[in-house]
Design a protein around this ligand. Structure first.
Ligand SMILES: *[C@@H]1O[C@H](CO)[C@@H](O)[C@H](O)[C@H]1NC(C)=O
Ligand SMILES: *[C@@H]1O[C@H](CO)[C@@H](O)[C@H](O)[C@H]1NC(C)=O
Ligand SMILES: *[C@@H]1O[C@H](CO)[C@@H](O)[C@H](O)[C@H]1NC(C)=O
Ligand SMILES: *[C@@H]1O[C@H](CO)[C@@H](O)[C@H](O)[C@H]1NC(C)=O
Ligand SMILES: *[C@@H]1O[C@H](CO)[C@@H](O)[C@H](O)[C@H]1NC(C)=O
Ligand SMILES: *[C@@H]1O[C@H](CO)[C@@H](O)[C@H](O)[C@H]1NC(C)=O
Ligand SMILES: *[C@@H]1O[C@H](CO)[C@@H](O)[C@H](O)[C@H]1NC(C)=O
Ligand SMILES: *[C@@H]1O[C@H](CO)[C@@H](O)[C@H](O)[C@H]1NC(C)=O
Length: 479
C-alpha cells in the first residue's frame, strides 16, 4: 500500500502568516525610540494602526505590531486532532468510488483542488495553469487550506471574530458509509468531535455560537432522522451542539436557521485579479453556437425533481436543433472531463439547471464561470441558497421557469421561452453572469496576497458573511 504522506501538503496552522505592512514599521521607528511601554494609535492611509510596545515573544502576530485592518475579521482555527481531518485524507483510498480506486486520492492533491489540467499532458493550453480537475465534494479541504493562509488569523481566540472548526464532515461521512452500515458507528465521529470541542476553553464563551464549520456535502446528508441502518447519511447537524454552530455548506436546508450556502468549487482557481479579468474577457466574446444545453443524467420520475429532469431532457432532445444534451448516463467519462464540459458550457447561451438528487448542482457554478446564463426550475436551486454570493435581482442574470409552466403547455416550452428573449436582453444578462465570476471562484490558496488589484473571491465573501452573522449573534447575546 502506498502510504505517501506527501499526498497532502503539511499543515501550516502552527505557522500563521506574520504581520506584514513594511511602511508601517518604518513610520514607527522614531516612536519606538521615544517610548517603550505605551499604546499608540496611528492614522495612516485610512487605517488605524495599534502598536503595543510592551512585547513580545514575537511569534504571535496578534500581539506587538498590528495593522488594524484585521480588527473585526480575526479568525481562530481550532487545532483539531488529526483524526478529524488529516487522517481522513490519508485514508483516501477508502473514500474512493469502487470502480475507480484512486479517484479521491488524486482529488486531494494541490490543496484539495485536484490534479492540474494544464500539465502539458492535456491538449488545451487555455486551461493552463490555474485549471484543476476539482471534485465537487472537496470544499471542506479547499476552505481549510485557504483559511490556513487567511491574512487575519489569530492564535488568541479571545481576539477572534469567528472560530473555525476544520472537521471534514463530508469526507468522514463518505468513509464511514463505506465500512459501516451501523448508524451508531457512523454517527460516532461527529459526537466525538463535539466532545472534544466542548472541552476546549473556546466553547465556554458563547456555547459554540461563535464557531463555524464548512461541509463539502449537502446539508441533507447530515440530517438523517431515521434510525434505520440502511438510510444514507449521519445525524451531525441534528446533534444539540450543532444548533449553536454556524454551518457553511454547498446546499443548505431550507428550514434551518444556522446554515448558509456557499458556492460549489469550480475548475478555475486563479492566482490574480488579472487572470480573472482575462477569463472574463475571453468568455464575453466566445462564439456561442448552441442556444441551450443540458449536461446530466436521467433521474427516476418518482418526485417533482425527477419529473423536471424528464421534461428537460425530452424538450432538449426534441428541440428544433437548438439544444445539446450531454447524457451522463451514456457518456459518464465525458461528464468527468472538465475540458469537454467547459467547452459545451462556453458555446451555449443558456444552460439548463434542473434539480437532480437535490435542488442545487455544481453545474450552476460551472455555467456561471463559462458565461452561460443559467435556467432554473426551482427557487431552491440558487436564489434561496447563495444569498451572500449571488444578488437577489435574479431576472438580471438568469431565467426562471416554474415547473407548472414547463409541463402544462406546448411541447417545447423551454425553447419557446428562450427564443422569446430579445437579443439585447440576452447580452445584458450574460454581462451580469460574467460579473459574478470573481465572486464564485475559489482562488488558489496562497499565503501572500498577489500584488495589484485584489478581488473578493467566494472564500472571502463567505468569511465576511460568517463574521457578520457571528457579530450579530454576539450583539443579541449582549443585549
Ligand atoms: C488575548 O487577548 C486578550 C484580549 O485582548 C488579552 O486580554 C489576553 O492577554 C491575550 N492573551 C494572550 C495569551 O496574549
Ligand atoms: C452497532 O454498533 C454498536 C457499537 O459498536 C453496537 O453496540 C450495536 O449493537 C450495533 N448495532 C447493530 C444493529 O449491529
Ligand atoms: C429500513 O429501510 C429499508 C430500506 O429503506 C427497508 O427495506 C426496511 O424495511 C427498513 N427497516 C425498518 C426496520 O424499518
Ligand atoms: C447552546 O447555547 C445555549 C445558550 O444560548 C446554551 O444554553 C446551550 O447549553 C448550548 N448548547 C450546547 C450543546 O452547548
Ligand atoms: C463564430 O462562428 C461563426 C459561425 O460559425 C463564424 O463565422 C465566426 O468566424 C466565429 N467567430 C469567432 C470569433 O470564432
Ligand atoms: C417531439 O416533437 C414531435 C413533433 O413536434 C412530437 O410528435 C413528439 O411527440 C415529441 N416527442 C416528445 C418526446 O416530446
Ligand atoms: C443587481 O444587484 C447587484 C448587487 O446588488 C447590483 O450590483 C446590480 O447593479 C443589480 N443589477 C441591476 C440591473 O439592478
Ligand atoms: C435586493 O437587495 C437590495 C440590496 O442589495 C435591497 O435593497 C432590495 O430590497 C432587495 N430586494 C428584494 C426583493 O429582496
Amino acid at each position: 500500500m502506498d502510504n505517501n504522506n506527501n499526498k497532502y501538503p503539511s499543515s501550516s496552522i502552527e505557522d500563521p502568516p506574520t504581520g506584514k505592512k513594511k511602511p508601517t514599521t518604518i513610520l514607527l521607528i522614531p516612536c519606538l525610540l521615544l517610548t517603550t511601554s505605551m499604546l499608540l494609535i496611528y492614522l495612516s492611509q485610512n487605517k488605524i494602526i495599534l502598536i503595543s510596545t510592551t512585547t513580545s515573544s514575537g511569534s504571535d502576530h496578534t500581539s506587538g505590531l498590528r495593522d488594524d485592518s484585521c480588527l473585526g475579521r480575526y479568525i481562530y482555527i481550532h487545532n483539531l486532532p488529526s483524526r478529524f481531518n488529516k487522517d481522513i485524507l490519508q485514508d483516501c483510498e477508502s473514500i474512493s468510488r469502487p470502480k475507480d480506486k484512486t479517484s479521491m486520492c488524486k482529488y486531494i492533491e494541490n490543496y484539495g483542488l485536484g490534479p492540474q489540467i494544464g500539465d502539458g499532458v492535456s491538449t488545451d493550453s487555455r486551461y493552463s495553469p490555474s485549471w484543476y480537475a476539482t471534485n465537487q465534494f472537496m470544499l471542506e479541504v479547499i476552505f481549510h487550506e485557504k483559511m490556513k493562509r487567511y491574512e487575519c488569523l489569530t492564535r488568541n481566540s479571545s481576539l477572534a471574530s469567528g472560530i473555525y472548526v476544520p472537521y471534514y464532515a463530508g469526507l468522514d461521512l463518505r468513509r464511514n458509509m463505506q465500512w459501516s452500515y451501523n448508524i451508531s458507528e457512523r454517527d460516532a465521529s461527529g459526537k466525538e468531535m463535539f466532545k472534544w470541542l466542548k472541552k476546549q476553553p473556546q466553547w465556554k464563551g458563547m456555547s459554540g455560537k461563535d464557531h463555524f464549520l464548512v461541509t463539502g456535502r449537502i446539508s441533507r446528508d447530515f440530517r438523517r432522522y431515521s434510525k434505520n441502518n440502511s438510510r444514507w447519511g449521519t445525524n451531525l447537524m441534528l446533534l444539540p451542539e450543532s444548533q449553536n454552530l454556524t454551518f457553511l455548506t454547498i446546499e443548505r436546508s431550507p428550514i434551518s436557521h444556522n446554515e448558509f450556502a456557499i458556492p460549489y468549487p469550480t475548475y478555475f482557481h486563479p492566482t490574480s485579479a488579472v487572470e480573472i479579468h482575462q477569463w472574463q474577457e475571453k468568455i464575453k466574446f466566445t462564439n456561442r453556437t448552441v442556444l441551450f444545453s443540458f449536461i446530466g443524467a436521467q433521474r427516476p420520475s418518482r418526485n417533482y425533481k425527477g419529473l423536471v429532469r424528464t421534461q428537460v431532457i425530452q424538450q432538449c432532445k426534441n428541440s428544433s436543433n437548438t439544444c445539446r444534451f450531454l447524457d451522463c448516463d451514456v457518456k459518464a467519462n465525458t461528464c468527468d472531463d472538465p475540458i469537454t464540459l467547459m467547452k459545451l458550457l462556453e458555446s451555449s447561451v443558456f444552460c439548463l439547471q434542473p434539480p437532480g438528487d437535490s435542488l442545487t448542482r455544481r453545474s450552476v457554478f460551472d455555467s456561471i464561470l463559462a458565461g452561460c446564463i443559467p435556467v432554473f426550475f426551482s427557487q431552491g436551486s440558487a436564489y434561496k441558497q447563495y444569498i451572500w454570493h449571488i444578488p437577489n435581482n435574479s431576472s438580471e442574470y438568469s431565467v426562471y421557469i416554474p415547473f407548472k409552466e414547463l409541463k402544462n403547455e406546448g411541447k417545447n416550452k423551454i425553447e419557446e421561452i428562450l427564443l422569446g428573449i430579445p437579443n439585447e436582453k440576452v447580452v445584458g444578462m450574460r454581462e451580469n453572469v460574467i460579473r459574478l465570476v470573481p465572486k464564485i471562484v475559489y482562488t488558489k490558496p496562497n499565503r501572500y496576497k498577489p500584488v495589484g488589484e485584489t478581488l473578493e473571491d467566494a472564500f472571502e465573501i463567505a468569511v465576511k458573511g460568517v463574521v457578520k452573522r457571528i457579530e450579530d449573534i454576539r450583539r443579541e447575546i449582549q443585549d
